[in-house]
Design a protein around this ligand. Structure first.
Ligand code: ASP
Length: 467
């Protein structure tokens, strides 16, 4: 059974996402009930303490939080090894793919353009809609007290404007090991995780120049990546309880206000994902493949549905390949190549979501991001989209990294954990559809005679059928 499928099913046979959903529901309902009974504003039952909560509610929150924290820390602990190995391996793969020539470069070009569009849409929408500002000052202070250990320092550090020039220079780390140490807790001298990402890219490029002598190191990177994935898989098993406890603690402390704020966050994220899906992809397939968007979407609907159900680009890969050859009638030489690379390398929905989450949580925590910090978020979200594994919740560790790098406390990700699963399903649809859109465009741009010659004689697909 493939990893992704295992990840979606628990021993009891109940799909993991159903378990997570139940965990969240229990967490929200019991948290709101506890808030109604134990908070001062609602006429609390029991003695009220300095936090405005009754002692019994404080105790319940005190014991519920560690479960959520352990769940989050399991993911935090593999952030650096995962990012480093995933990005370096991605470059090694692309280095090989470049030998495939034009098609590799075109795929890379479309990936860069679509990811940049996605992140800009996401960030633009959060700036415009300001979903994180709907929280009252008192609630914001509560959150800061709760999540920000030493946060004031980090927030102040984040507020120090760093000129764009220095941000660019700091992309190249003087001491990568120092940046790795400081990447997760935000204490690095330079750009933290972004510098680690650049180091990974440089290592990847160096490997491609000397593939024979670096073979052992590539094997080591593959092992590191596999270990990170296993830890994340293990963390996801804890997700129903971890996410449930995080949501409980949040709802018990902040009541309905946090739900209102989260509502606007969900609307912003969904609006951004819809714009990328229906507007950007429609324009792209119309302009570059001269295909009607209606035809494109009706042909790929099966893959979209599987992506929604599994929350995993990798698990959807076989369906996407089937759709590409049976419905879109793309030559398998093109679609296999583009879809395989895209399942992990092209994640537009994830890149958009990462930008939205980081800016939203910065607003919630009262961190004003300067222009150069927003630039950092854009760059990191694009790179993180490349480094994200195509599995449920694959982007969560990377979101933490981007948050830390601009001074937003990583633990604040707990605020969105409750709604992450449903948005994961939606962003995976955008990821998979983006891969298919690129496949259609690349296929259309390849000379038909070369394609037909490259196809085996039993698969004489004509591109004109697809338009
Ligand atoms: N679930 C996403 C995918 O597989 C990755 C993520 O955004 O967490 O495409």
């Amino acid at each position: 059974m493939p990893n992704e499928q295992r990840r979606n099913e628990t021993e009891s046979g109940m799909p993991l996402h159903t378990k997570i959903f139940i965990g969240l529901l229990v967490g929200i309902v019991s948290g709101l009930a506890a808030n109604a009974l134990g908070s001062t504003q609602k006429g609390a039952i029991g003695d009220v303490n300095a936090n405005g909560l009754t002692d019994w509610l404080d105790t319940v929150i005190y014991w519920a939080e560690p479960v959520g924290k352990i769940f989050l820390r399991l993911m935090f602990m593999v952030v650096v090894p995962m990012v480093f190995s995933a990005l370096a391996l991605a470059v090694v793969e692309i280095g090989d793919l470049r030998k495939l020539g034009r098609m590799g470069l075109k795929t890379l070009g479309f990936t860069a353009i679509l990811s940049s569009c996605a992140v800009l849409i996401g960030i633009g929408l959060v700036d415009f809609m300001q979903p994180g500002r709907s929280l009252g000052d008192e609630q914001r202070q509560n959150l800061l007290d709760k999540y920000a250990t030493g946060a004031t320092d980090k927030v102040n550090k984040a507020k120090e404007a760093k000129p764009v020039r220095d941000t660019i220079v700091d992309l190249f780390p003087e001491n990568p090991l120092q940046e790795m140490v400081g990447a997760v807790d935000g204490s690095s001298k330079g750009n933290g995780m972004l510098a680690v990402m650049v180091f990974a890219l440089v290592c990847g490029m160096a490997i491609t120049t000397n593939p024979t002598e670096t073979r052992t190191f590539v094997g080591w990177l593959e092992g590191l990546y596999a270990i990170s994935m296993s830890v994340i898989e293990f963390a996801m098993k804890l997700a129903p309880y971890g996410a449930g406890c995080l949501v409980f603690a949040l709802a018990a402390q902040l009541g309905f206000d946090i739900l209102k704020t989260l509502f606007w966050f969900v609307i912003t994220a969904l609006l951004g994902l819809s714009l990328q899906l229906f507007l950007v992809y429609s324009i792209v397939v119309m302009v570059f493949a001269r295909m009607s968007p209606w035809k494109f979407f009706s042909n790929v609907s099966e893959a979209m549905m599987v992506a929604f159900g599994t929350s995993s680009s990798s698990a959807t890969l076989p369906t996407a390949m089937k759709v590409a050859s049976d419905e879109l009638k793309l030559p398998s030489r093109v679609s296999n190549f583009v879809l395989t690379v895209g399942a992990t390398g092209n994640q537009n929905g994830t890149a958009l979501y990462e930008g939205v989450v980081v800016l939203f949580l910065a607003q919630v925590m009262g961190v004003d991001l300067t222009a150069s910090q927003q630039f950092t978020v854009v760059l990191m979200a694009i790179l993180a989209g490349v480094g994200t594994a195509g599995v449920p919740g694959g982007s969560l560790p990377l979101i933490v990294v981007v948050m830390q790098s601009v001074g937003v406390p990583g633990a604040a990700i707990g605020i969105i954990m409750g709604v992450d699963r449903i948005l994961d399903m939606c962003r995976t649809v955008v990821n998979v559809t983006g891969d298919l859109a690129i496949a259609v465009c690349v296929a259309k741009s390849e000379p038909v005679d070369i394609l037909i010659a490259a196809e085996s004689s039993n698969d004489p697909v004509s591109l004109s059928e697809s338009t």
